[in-house]
Design a protein around this ligand. Structure first.
Ligand SMILES: [Zn+2]
Length: 186
């Protein structure tokens, strides 16, 4: 591999580095680069899809769009198999146990306890760089056999403890999509 040219759009992490001493755009005018593959301005401004932490949520994009519709109503939910009662996490379009597609949506309990947690101190997913440090963890929901991973807000991670009561909450990503998080409660 030869030295690659300057990236069209620097990775957000590059903003943390001091600018390079030599500007890379000093190209010789007699060797213009082919412009055919240049993405549109809109495409360049979007975050790279493969590095997008959050799923696509519309009915055209996922058969699980109801999960996000319900989050928009403040309800964290999942699927349950009508045939054998199996509760799935994450929600499914078919039961992994019996393969039935006859599933129903159920709301998950609004109480849980931290089973385990850690903190993201560096290397956060794209778009979460400003939130560092933040806590992530596994939460046991009360009354249902599910242990769910997610971000934990509401307390500095240094104050979190195993068993900390939390509740799930809907989180507006800000680009029209929703996700869930947990919030420490006392
Ligand atoms: Zn089933």
């Amino acid at each position: 591999m030869t030295e690659s040219p300057a990236p069209r759009r620097p990775h957000p992490a590059a903003a943390l580095k001091p600018p390079e001493e030599k500007p890379m755009e000093a190209k010789s005018p007699e060797a213009p680069k082919p412009k055919k593959a240049e993405p549109s301005v809109a495409a360049r401004e979007k975050l790279p899809f493969l590095l997008d932490f959050f799923p696509l949520e519309t009915p055209e994009q996922t058969r699980l769009h109801r999960f996000y519709d319900r989050l928009r109503e403040g309800r964290l939910s999942t699927t349950r198999c009508l045939r054998d009662g199996e509760i799935h996490w994450p929600p499914r379009t078919a039961c992994p146990k019996c393969r039935s597609e006859e599933l129903e949506w159920i709301d998950l309990p609004e109480k849980g306890h931290v089973y385990a947690f850690s903190a993201v101190l560096a290397g956060a997913p794209l778009g979460m760089e400003k939130d560092v440090p933040f806590a992530v963890g596994l939460v046991d929901l009360v009354g249902i056999p599910l242990r769910i991973f997610g971000r934990i807000e509401g307390k500095p991670w240094t104050d979190l403890r195993i068993g900390q009561p939390v509740r799930p909450e809907a989180y507006d990503i800000g680009d029209g999509r929703m996700f869930y998080r947990f919030r420490a409660v006392d």
